[in-house]
Ligand binder design. Structure first.
Ligand SMILES: [Cu+2]
Length: 153
């Protein structure tokens, strides 16, 4: 036992183990699951934290708005502002420059939905691609700016 670990041990004996925990359990952060909270509103997606380590990531999407929202997880080299659009202003999920990884669909107002999935390092964009109404009065959440860049490190 080194002097340093002895000090940690001693601190633990003093009831401060919450600070040090067990050294044996100090594995790389990427081996666990990182929770990323997503706050949804009209018309924004706010991730916290704004980036996460590669590995299992659990998105917890809370709808703070009055509309139904969704979160489409897209892997792409494009920035959120560069994403390809359909003629109606919605995000083109089928464009070859993007890869839709998964999505959390139809999150009602005040509801929370979770999705855990393994993500490799790279650049992602989180998009709400909901469209309300049809024709000239249709409102595209993507067109309104409901997207955000997200980095997996
Ligand atoms: Cu939306």
């Amino acid at each position: 036992m080194t002097r340093f670990t002895f000090v940690l041990f001693a601190l633990g004996m003093l009831g401060m183990s919450g600070c040090g925990d067990d050294d044996e359990a100090a594995a790389p952060a990427s081996s666990g699951t990182t929770t990323v909270n997503l706050a949804l509103s009209e018309f924004a997606i706010a991730p916290s934290p704004a980036a996460a380590p590669a590995g299992n990531i659990k998105f917890v999407a809370k709808n703070n708005g009055a509309d139904v929202h969704e979160v489409v997880i897209v892997k792409t080299a494009l920035t959120a502002a560069q994403l390809p659009k359909n003629a109606d202003g919605t995000f083109n999920e089928d464009d070859p420059a993007v890869s839709v990884v998964n999505e959390i669909e139809d999150i009602d107002p005040a509801a929370t939905k979770e999705l855990a999935l393994p993500l490799v390092a790279g650049h992602y964009v989180l998009v709400c691609n909901i469209v309300e109404g049809t024709g000239a009065t249709a409102e595209s959440h993507f067109h309104e700016g409901m997207f955000v860049d997200f980095t997996v490190q």
